[in-house]
Design a binder for this molecule. Sequence first.
Ligand SMILES: Cc1cc2nc3c(=O)[nH]c(=O)nc-3n(C[C@H](O)[C@H](O)[C@H](O)COP(=O)(O)OP(=O)(O)OC[C@H]3O[C@@H](n4cnc5c(N)ncnc54)[C@H](O)[C@@H]3O)c2cc1C
Length: 646
Amino acid sequence: MSNIELDSHTPKGKLEDRWTQHKFNLKIVSPANRKKYTVIVVGTGLAGAAAAASMGEMGFNVKTFCFQDSPRRAHSIAAQGGINAAKNYQNDGDSVWRLFYDTIKGGDYRARESNVFRLAELSSNIIDQAVAQGVPFAREYSGYLANRSFGGAQVSRTFYARGQTGQQLLLGAYQAMSKQISEGTIKHTSRCEMQDMIMVDGKAKGIVSRDLVTGKLETHMADCVVLCSGGYGNVFYLSTNAKGSNASAAWRAHKHGALFANPCFTQIHPTCIPQHGELQSKLTLMSESLRNDGRIWAPKNKQDCDTAPEDIAEQDRDYFLERMYPAFGNLVPRDVASRAVKLICDEGRGVGHAIDGKKLGVYLDFAKAIAVLGLEAIREKYGNLFEMYQHITDEDPYSSPMRIYPAVHYTMGGLWVDYNLMTSIDGLFAGGEANFSDHGANRLGASALMQGLADGYFVLPTTISNYLAHQQPLDLDKHYPEAEQALKRCEEKIQALMNAPEPQKTPDEFHRKLGQIIWNACGMARERGILEQAIIDIQQLRAQFWQQVKITGSDQTLNQTLERAGRIADFFELAELMCVDALTREESCGCHAREEHITKEGEAQRHDDEYSFVSAWQYSGNVSEPVLHKEELHFEFVRPTTRNYK
Ligand SMILES: Cc1cc2nc3c(=O)[nH]c(=O)nc-3n(C[C@H](O)[C@H](O)[C@H](O)COP(=O)(O)OP(=O)(O)OC[C@H]3O[C@@H](n4cnc5c(N)ncnc54)[C@H](O)[C@@H]3O)c2cc1C
């Protein structure tokens, strides 16, 4: 285990000048020399496609990989609601400083000020970039770009393309990437999964990939590696993430020395379609944008929980978010809304199907908005979301309220990165949801697309150029024994999965059980005893997994069971670290609600004196003995206070 020096390389000086000054201080590779350098980008969702297209445009050799059959199928296409930017088109008082403040406060003061300010500053450039690419953002009648409101903000700064913002933005980034593919600066490989890192002299110098159709393992060398491989919400089995989203690329880098930051910071989104049955394998988000017009309520009286919502009189309805948080009402941040919904259901006032004897649902009601704005206006704004709800539930949300319940949605934790988005491994960068930066303990709605694209279009191309300017180009024709060793490790791991001693159960059976353990222990509420037990349960189930996992078919052909097994093996290790992290953080902050640290009013109780730091975990060689490093957070421009949305 090597010693790690945790330096965020955060610039000093006036906050608003830091990024500009930093960029000026960074070195640039001369255009004539750029083609001598090769950059590997793993993942071509919004963050990866944006980074690859930008670096290709600059003239670097870029090699990109994704496991889907096209970059256009990355999980980013699922993003419905929108992307934040401090344009102040509404003239409602928005500014870079306000977006910065809302994001720091929304994250419950567990993010770096310098990074968040840079994000707010770059937000406007992203919109300009996307508009130039032809992304069809919604517009006002006058032609101006339209905005709507998202949680945790009192201004309207969310740009959107109906309920398909991620898809439209990804088409823009993919187009930019395709241009570079045709110009020969990007070489892209789909249906290919990174299996491991290749380290040369302690630096990230390549990856081992597996062709998912033929099973062939290959090595690829480069001057640096960028992981934009997305988030790990699927560790919970049930989540709003695409089923393929996984932690493997990040986790395998972690095992080579990349610190994993704040692994227990997981966002639970308040408005998802409730779970319907025990064997369900996926949950569906209903976009936060719906909270602009939808009102959340539950019956005041338990005896009304089985009554049809239309038959419950107005005075018997509890619009609990409006009651508890009058200043922000239905637009409180996600962690606050999710906890409130849980509280109501724990009180026995939930509605809908019972899971394990408990009704887990509350209403999201558009009756008032339809009465005031008219059915057509609501259809125009949210039509495709309403249709999706109706397809899944067979209920008409125009005539009866939707039912919603919180579900796992996003992971704020991820690979620790410094201000340059470099991990603790020299030459390994991470962008988008794969890194931990910018959102602290809770991400505000519409800020993930903003961060992924800020990282991809603007930050990574600049900081990677600087990194490469300090390196001699790698001799790609040389033989690297490290590459051979990495390939051999991957072969052995695949064989261990294919040939478990007593094959009995599918990978999914293990995953479902793991999901239950981690959701109960490290979901919306966390408690010492339950976390301690979960760690033991995870260790036991993991041992059983390696003994009993049953993978049919061959490793030389398309085999999705094998793909899943590899990802689940990593989830088992990450899940344990999440519980250890949650156990170590003896406070509540943002999404992290430790039952022992909740105020009388049910709000998160932070302990800034002891826990104002980023937890950055190092792999010690033994998954069950991670080493904690702390990056202290310093607040020079915003004073951490108790979050108040009342
Ligand atoms: C339903 C839903 C709705 C959302 N709506 C919004 C919204 O309205 N606004 C907002 O800001 N955010 C939203 N989010 C969050 C946001 O969509 C994501 O955080 C963001 O798109 C992640 O982008 P990314 O580029 O980091 O990763 P992804 O889009 O997940 O891309 C990951 C890439 O990595 C590749 N990959 C992964 N592992 C490997 C491997 N081992 N080898 C090779 N390739 C690999 C994949 O193939 C893929 O190309 C939403 C999330 C969900 C689940």
